[in-house]
Design a protein around this ligand. Structure first.
Ligand code: PLP
Length: 228
């Protein structure tokens, strides 16, 4: 089946990147980034063994969830998140990759408490300082982390970033290294454990793995070019 071959191909490339970096392949989770990918395609990849999928838009996610309820999918939320949509994610996603402001932390805390859960999140960092992208600016990361630490129903597991696009993935390497350093700094300063670095997409995931990614978010390479 074409889907399973594509999945195996990507997993093989992750494995080889791990070998180069002397890391274990089990340390890296492949997340299928499924914005605009229809439910039946997600179901086929699930059939190939992929278990972790990430959605960008809450409305789209809820629609697909309806069709895929019978599958034991580990859903993540990876897109920009409006505070008024947080309530729909509670109990439905294991990890939110895109915490980037205090008001969002307030809302997640409120909704998680109400749902009786501790919501695991990553803080998204805007490494390139790009106005059009989400993520907290690196200089404000420490303060947002400290703020979130005080929220009993939120657990920060690490950092996420979407670095600026570069034709040559090698040019993205310094951004991935930077995210790792920011994570290491927080761990040192706060004595926190931040095991996850969500970084690397179709174009640059091998470099991200070499730089310590624990979650790579792959769309195009698995599901093809999409519109929307
Ligand atoms: C779309 C998307 C991806 C996947 O990007 P590809 O280049 O298609 O692999 C990863 N992360 C986020 C946040 C995305 O929106």
């Amino acid at each position: 089946m074409a889907e399973c071959e594509r999945l195996q191909e990507v997993l093989g490339r992750i494995e080889r990147a791990c070998e180069r970096a002397k890391r274990k392949p089990e340390e890296v989770t492949l997340l299928g980034a499924t914005k605009t990918v229809p439910p039946d395609v997600i179901r086929r990849f699930y059939g190939c063994g992929l278990r972790v999928f990430g959605e960008n838009r809450v409305q789209e996610f809820l629609g697909k969830l309806e069709f895929l309820k019978d599958l034991d999918i580990d859903w993540h939320f990876i897109g920009r998140l409006q505070t008024n949509k947080v309530k729909y994610l509670m109990g439905r996603v294991s990890l939110i990759h895109s915490l980037d402001r205090e008001s969002l932390a307030d809302e997640i805390q409120k909704r998680a408490e109400r749902a009786g859960i501790v919501q695991e999140v990553l803080i998204e960092v805007n490494l390139g300082g790009e106005e059009t992208k989400g993520g907290v600016m690196p200089e404000n990361l420490r303060s947002l982390f400290e703020y979130t630490l005080k929220k009993p129903n939120i657990k920060v597991l690490g950092l996420m970033a979407i670095p600026p696009y570069r034709e040559d993935p090698e040019e993205v390497r310094p951004y991935f290294a930077k995210l790792r350093e920011l994570r290491d700094d927080l761990e040192r300063e706060f004595g926190a454990e931040l095991p996850h670095l969500s970084m690397g997409m179709s174009h640059d995931f091998e470099v991200a793995v070499e730089e310590g990614a624990t979650i790579v978010r792959i769309g195009t390479l698995l599901f093809g070019e999409r519109r929307g």
